[in-house]
Design a protein around this ligand. Structure first.
Ligand SMILES: NC(=O)c1ccc[n+]([C@@H]2O[C@H](COP(=O)([O-])OP(=O)(O)OC[C@H]3O[C@@H](n4cnc5c(N)ncnc54)[C@H](OP(=O)(O)O)[C@@H]3O)[C@@H](O)[C@H]2O)c1
Length: 292
């Protein structure tokens, strides 16, 4: 392991002002890999998980993504254990709106009283006075969108939530939600190999939202040994993960990648992506590599 003074830092990725007033270092960290299998139950190595989070913070990461449903009630307490009392520049984005009925089972529930309960639970589990960014994890098709976002607006007015975000939505849903409250971020599946969310990214760029791509490494498929980026990575002298993250950072200044890992070596590898420069020719080669 490199030490924090010599390890390349995430800070080189630059910063983004969430909602115009909450700065984060663009290259963040996602906590979903810190639970048991199927994002269910405790980590096999909770102390190791705490070390991974602390290492990310040492390496300049300030933006941590989590959710009530990771475990459930596993990832948020790990963040608290690792980082509380929080340094002034730490920003935690959590979510609610997906319930769990077992490993790999996710079901949307957007009833206002449930969203309120989960926001208040996150406040307690994270040990914060106000949630920096609270994201509606999924739109519940059984509940009017205005009621779901309306409850988040109410929580914001009460001081429970600072900023509101959404996850896995269309540009049309973002526009509709924005009639009820100010939406400052959107989190959709997006990476070098999966670009269906381009219209949502465009919406984010045009309206000043952060775009937080989930599965930035295609949940590991892009970065496995012998994977689609292995040959270019070798030529470039960077790791496949660094190239996938550098591509996202270069793709748009509103993109905040949140790679997930339970490994300190991978946190170090990913943070160093902030300093990896890729040219137009590299972008073309990377695009070709994932199309093959
Ligand atoms: N909004 C949503 O609905 C939603 C859905 C899914 C995820 N998310 C968020 O997005 C975050 C990122 O997604 P994710 O963690 O599932 O997927 P990901 O970041 O695309 O990929 C994670 C996988 O890549 C591996 N990995 C990470 N860094 C690596 C490296 N440098 N070299 C080789 N392998 C590496 C990890 O294994 P190791 O543990 O072995 O490193 C893990 O298997 C989550 O943590 C969560 O916060 C949100």
């Amino acid at each position: 392991m490199t030490d924090s003074t010599t390890a390349p830092s995430a800070v080189a990725s630059g910063s983004f002002d969430l909602g115009g007033d909450l700065p984060v270092i663009r290259l963040g960290y996602g906590t979903m890999q810190l639970t048991g299998p199927g994002i269910w139950g405790p980590s096999a190595d909770p102390e190791g998980a705490v070390r991974v989070i602390r290492r990310a913070a040492e390496l300049g990461v300030t933006f941590f993504d989590t959710a009530d449903s990771y475990g459930p009630v596993v990832a948020e307490p790990l963040l608290r254990k690792a980082l509380h009392p929080y340094a002034d520049d730490i920003v935690i984005a959590t979510k609610a709106g997906l319930t769990r009925s077992g490993p790999n089972d996710w079901r949307p529930v957007g009833r206002p009283e449930y969203l309120r309960q989960q926001a208040l639970m996150s406040l307690r589990l994270l040990g914060v006075d106000r949630i920096d960014l609270f994201q509606l994890h999924r739109v519940d098709p059984a509940v009017p969108l205005a009621d779901q976002i309306g409850e988040l607006k109410q929580l914001q007015d009460e001081g429970v939530i600072r900023h509101i975000g959404m996850s896995e939505v269309t540009a049309e849903q973002l526009a509709e939600a924005s009639r009820t409250a100010r939406i400052v971020s959107v989190q959709n599946l997006y990476n070098l190999a999966h670009r269906d969310a381009e219209p949502v990214l465009e919406y984010a760029e045009q309206n000043g939202l952060a775009f937080i791509p989930w599965f930035p490494l295609a949940t590991g498929a892009l970065v496995k040994p012998g994977g689609p980026l292995a040959a270019i990575a070798e030529q470039h002298g960077a790791s496949p993960s660094q190239l996938a993250l550098a591509w996202l950072l270069r793709r748009s200044p509103v993109i905040l990648p949140i790679p997930g890992t339970s490994s300190i070596a991978h946190v170090e590898d990913n943070s160093a992506a902030a300093g990896v420069e890729i040219s137009d020719a590299d972008v073309e080669a990377l695009t070709r590599a994932v199309a093959e």
